[in-house]
Design a protein around this ligand. Structure first.
Ligand code: PLP
Length: 253
């Protein structure tokens, strides 16, 4: 029996021993928005802030069992998915999501660390686009991930990114948030694409310095606001505001 019937976000992802990214960041973010988190661990990683030293992934059945137990134990109102490591784990997670279509899932399609280490095996990308992305309420790629998922070169400009995003959306996705943080320029725009609506832009000034785990934070903050019953676009706006505040606190000039 659940201890408290309040909304939870189920976090599905890998641990990061440095604390910079992964499920540690996710739980920190979700609880600071006033929502509780429960867990399904896909991988244990050994990391410093400069390098990924080791990756040990869970078996697909262990991931699915953790997800099902978390969903049975708690009032899960949203699911946040990060590092998935292998194609078999992607398949297992998609199968659980299909059994819980009423719970919105936010997928941060983590492919690599900022230090360049691959965090999802290459053969899993096709499975992710085919099986997992269509059952997620929102997918949040940065420009590099977008190009990989769309099977093309990184976008040269915003129009190019929009074209890639629309192509990806047309493969059966519900919504896509293109994160423009890797683009060059003074401002950084994220764009929310949905099938039957005009794109929504979320503009923010670019801050100096860099903070690890911003992708984890954004997807977790969006999931936490969805769990608090905010509509998707409001959840994205509030998620962006949360990450911007965190970046401001940590900005190095
Ligand atoms: N490690 C884990 C477990 C992650 O989930 C992620 C990103 O989601 C990373 C590392 C990469 O984070 P960063 O890009 O900050 O290195």
């Amino acid at each position: 029996m659940a201890l408290r019937q309040e909304p939870y976000v189920l976090v599905v992802g890998g641990s990061d021993s440095s604390g910079g990214a992964g499920i540690g960041r996710d739980i920190e973010t979700i609880s600071s928005i006033g929502v509780r988190a429960c867990l399904a661990v896909t991988a244990v990683t050994v990391q410093t802030h400069e390098a990924v030293r080791e990756i040990h992934h869970s078996s697909p059945s262990l991931v699915a069992a953790q997800m099902c137990a978390a969903l049975q134990a708690n009032e899960v109102a949203a699911i946040k998915i990060g590092m998935l490591a292998t194609a078999e784990i992607v398949v297992a997670v998609a199968a659980v999501l299909r059994d819980y279509p009423q719970v919105p899932a936010i997928l941060d399609p983590v492919l690599a660390s900022s230090s360049g280490q691959q965090l999802l095996e290459a053969s899993a990308i096709h499975v992710m686009t085919r099986d997992l992305m269509p059952v997620c309420r929102l997918v949040t790629p940065n420009l590099i991930e977008l190009a990989f998922l769309a099977g093309t070169d990184p976008a040269a400009d915003e129009n190019d990114a929009l074209r890639q995003g629309r192509e990806l959306l047309a493969t059966g996705l519900q919504a896509l948030l293109i994160k423009g943080g890797h683009a060059i320029g003074a401002r950084s725009a994220d764009i929310l694409l949905r099938f039957d609506q005009e794109p929504a832009r979320f503009d923010a000034p670019r801050l100096a310095g860099s903070v690890r785990g911003t992708g984890c934070m954004l997807a977790s903050a969006i999931a936490a606001h969805l769990a608090k019953a905010s509509p998707l676009e409001d959840s994205v706006r509030k998620g962006k505001e949360f990450v911007f505040e965190k970046l401001q606190e940590n900005a190095v000039t």
